[in-house]
Design a protein around this ligand. Sequence first.
Ligand SMILES: [Zn+2]
Length: 112
Amino acid sequence: MKNELENLVALQDLDLMIKELKEVEQLGFEVKSEGSETLKKARKEMIAKIHKPLLGNYERLRKRYKRAIVPIKDDKCLGCFMKLPTYLLTHMKRDEQVITCEGCGRILYWLN
Ligand SMILES: [Zn+2]
């Protein structure tokens, strides 16, 4: 499960980079097409490594937030800064489950 979250964080990075590239293009700067092709290819490869339900959840959240997956710091979700209940954190640590924030619904991961 840990790897799955790492893959999801990597996917989000790629998505943000693709978005940035589009924004640069919209500003009128020329972007090498091979650049965006490489990013899209990397995204495709990353998607293949993530389970469908988790990916679906991520895609839904991405429509709402710029970052669908956010780290936890001091037991707080860094998306909305809500303090996460202990049982949820225990559940995540013990069972290595993917958990979502009760406040904003974002997917959570530990900051290393
Ligand atoms: Zn939150």
